[in-house]
Unconditional design. Structure first.
Length: 276
């Protein structure tokens, strides 16, 4: 199986109020905003960017993965087409015309593209857009798609007492995961995450958010899978944003880990919100 190397580049998020969402992210996540022709907004910051478009709250229009090179993107497109998966146009305002999209078994749209622009120079606290998480009613089909079609690898699985799979964490490089999926009553967009780097920056982000009167919704804590420090906040649509630090870096030969489905797996420090 071919292995995908990619990183999460940006999200396209639906919202009844694109201007309100853009204003929040401009302040909370230190992004600059640009209006779009469809009534939406682009938001860009230091290694993080979003697109907000008119639509139903708490739903994702797409998430976008960036590949290391234009040739890698071309090779992936050929491999996906050979697997019989439909190639569709990209709705992203950030990638050029070489980008394309595919649909996973739950109907989530994945945009795949390449953009050589260096975004480290943008001002603001470090917090790179890093992963996205979904609830699913069909975890086996989702896992097969992301492994066999796109080429992600499983870092950790979480199992219930009856040994049924409850969650899995998938990587496309050396970071523990860029996509997490878990069993849920319905297919849903759960949260997205920014990787700050270290514990001091978790503190700095919490202090900064307090100046905007944005309270922590959950955390600080430490996840079991990934071993990362985290806290979460809510945007005006009640979407969860995670600020993370010290996410595990893994080798390709690392065996897949196994965890028990319990609160301590999700937060070894205390309270956890089990969604599956």
């Amino acid at each position: 199986m071919s292995k995908l190397t990619a990183r999460l580049d940006h999200l396209g998020v639906n919202t009844p109020s694109p201007e309100s969402q853009a204003s929040f992210y401009a302040g909370a996540m230190q992004m600059r905003t640009t209006p779009l022709d469809d009534g939406g907004f682009m938001c860009e910051g230091r290694e993080r960017r979003m697109a907000f478009t008119p639509g139903q709250a708490n739903t994702l229009r797409y998430f976008a993965l960036q590949l290391p090179s234009a040739q890698d993107l071309k090779t992936l497109r050929q491999r996906i087409a050979a697997a019989g998966v439909a190639i569709e146009p990209s709705p992203s305002p950030f990638f050029d015309d070489s980008a394309f999209s595919v649909i996973d078994p739950d109907g989530n749209r994945i945009v795949l593209g390449y953009d050589p622009q260096d975004r480290l120079r943008d001002a603001g606290l470090p917090a790179r857009l890093q992963h996205v998480a979904f609830g699913t009613t069909g975890i086996d089909a989702m896992l097969a798609f992301y492994q066999n079609v796109l080429g992600l690898r499983v870092s950790d699985n979480v199992y219930a007492d009856d040994n049924s799979l409850r969650s899995c964490f998938l990587r496309a490089g050396t970071e523990h995961h860029i996509i997490a999926i878990f069993v849920a009553p319905k297919n849903s967009f759960d949260h997205h995450c920014y990787e700050a780097g270290d514990w001091d920056l978790i503190r700095d982000w919490a202090d900064y958010l307090s100046t905007h009167d944005i309270p922590l919704d959950w955390g600080p804590g430490r996840h079991g899978p990934g071993n990362n420090l985290f806290f979460m906040i809510r945007d005006p649509d009640r979407n969860w944003l995670e600020i993370s630090a010290e996410l595990e870096v893994v080798n390709e030969d690392r065996p897949t880990g196994s965890w028990v489905h319990q609160e301590k797996t999700l937060n070894s420090w205390g309270k956890a919100y089990l969604r599956s």
